[in-house]
Design a protein around this ligand. Structure first.
Ligand code: KG4
Ligand code: ZN
Length: 344
């Protein structure tokens, strides 16, 4: 069985051809980082326009790489939740158009479930039930995942997502977008203990996150209170490195700490971690150490499947096997539903 998967939830235009055995026959990701860089973050209107321009060439290229014709496909899958409304609409419209033209069935993909499923694809073995940590530019949440499409929200950020905090702090430090990789690079030469930044909720039972106070603490440290003009701030290379390392350590402490609490509270012993920030080397190292110490089965999405991609849309295989197809009335659901057992 071959499924075409389409992903346009945020600022990556992606398509892939996958099989029911989770083989990847061909995959393409067209990143829009260059378009959003000068704004220091994703501009939704620019993202959806770029998706419109790229979606058909990206699908064509994925099919070409997979040596697959439309007639060889068994289904078309598309991420329809959560994400930016305009971005989601482009992928959904393309998927529906293909279904109308070919008569293929339409399958819905929940983007958050797909981020965790990236772990399942790479593991080559069952990973459910597990605690799922999804940590990206738009989300920072912990789920109890009974199965690939049966998630229950345990906690989430009450303000900024971790990736968003990386992007904003990078901007304050004069480091390029996307901020995650830039901060990681700068932090390599920095002292994570140089500055003591807040770790919200870390010693409370709740499984939520908050990064806006941390962001403000970094801002005040760099330029004092008020509305500073960061262009006027002069930091030495060492200061930038120390600030980056100390900020990164605070985020990682929260992500690792809350994941361990979720495992303890649920009595589960498997942790799956996905999303763009899961690419962070310090986070991966700290998760690894903690998992070894506590005998936890840890699955972190491989680097190529951390940031948005269509390969993780292979979760559609689970829905095809269960006969869960959608009508062409399927809509986009930009927000997060508390218990996304379905795909919207
Ligand atoms: O999953 P993703 O591609 O998009 C969303 O669904 O949000 O995640 C993008 C986010 C960005 O905020 C980026 O700064 C962050 O992932 N990111 C990282 C790293 N690589 C990407 N954050 C920390 N360390 C990294 N190495
Ligand atoms: Zn994502």
């Amino acid at each position: 069985m071959r499924i075409l998967t389409i992903e346009t939830t945020c600022d990556e235009t992606a398509a892939a051809v996958v099989t029911d055995r989770l083989e990847v026959l061909g995959a393409v990701v067209a990143s829009q980082d260059d378009l959003h860089r000068r704004f220091g973050g994703v501009v939704p209107e620019i993202a959806s326009r770029a998706h419109v321009e790229r979606i058909l060439p990206v699908i064509d290229e994925a099919l070409r790489r997979a040596d697959t014709r439309l007639a060889d496909l068994d289904a078309v899958a598309v991420a329809n939740t959560p994400g930016l409304a305009g971005s989601l609409l482009v992928g959904l419209a393309a998927a529906k158009a293909l279904c109308v033209a070919t008569g293929l069935p339409l399958v819905a993909v929940n983007h958050l479930q797909a981020h965790i499923y990236a772990c399942r694809i790479a593991a080559g073995q069952e990973v459910f039930p597990c605690i799922g940590l999804i940590v990206s530019g738009g989300h920072t949440s912990l789920y109890r995942c009974q199965g690939p499409t049966d998630f229950e929200l345990l906690g989430a950020t009450i303000d900024d997502a971790a990736g968003e905090a990386f992007d904003k702090v990078a901007n304050m430090l004069g480091l390029p977008y996307p901020g995650g990789p830039s901060i990681q690079r700068a932090a390599e030469k920095g002292n994570p203990q140089a500055y003591r930044f807040p770790r919200a909720f870390l010693h409370e039972d709740r499984l939520d996150f908050s990064f806006s106070g941390l962001k403000t603490a970094v801002r005040y440290t760099i330029a004092g209170p008020g509305r500073p003009d960061f262009a006027q701030v002069r930091l030495s290379e060492q200061q930038v490195a120390d600030l980056a390392a100390s900020f990164q350590e605070a985020v990682v402490d929260c992500l690792v700490g809350k994941s361990m609490q979720a495992l303890e509270q649920s009595g589960m012993s498997t942790l799956c971690v996905g999303g763009g920030v899961a690419a962070n080397a310090r986070l991966r190292q700290r998760l690894d150490d903690e998992a070894r110490r506590r005998s936890i089965r840890l699955f972190v999405a491989p680097m190529r499947l951390c940031t948005d991609n269509a390969v993780m849309g292979a979760i559609a295989v689970e829905r095809v096997k269960a006969g869960r197809f959608e009508s062409l009335d399927l809509e986009v659901f930009p927000g997060v539903v508390r218990k996304p057992t379905g795909a919207g």
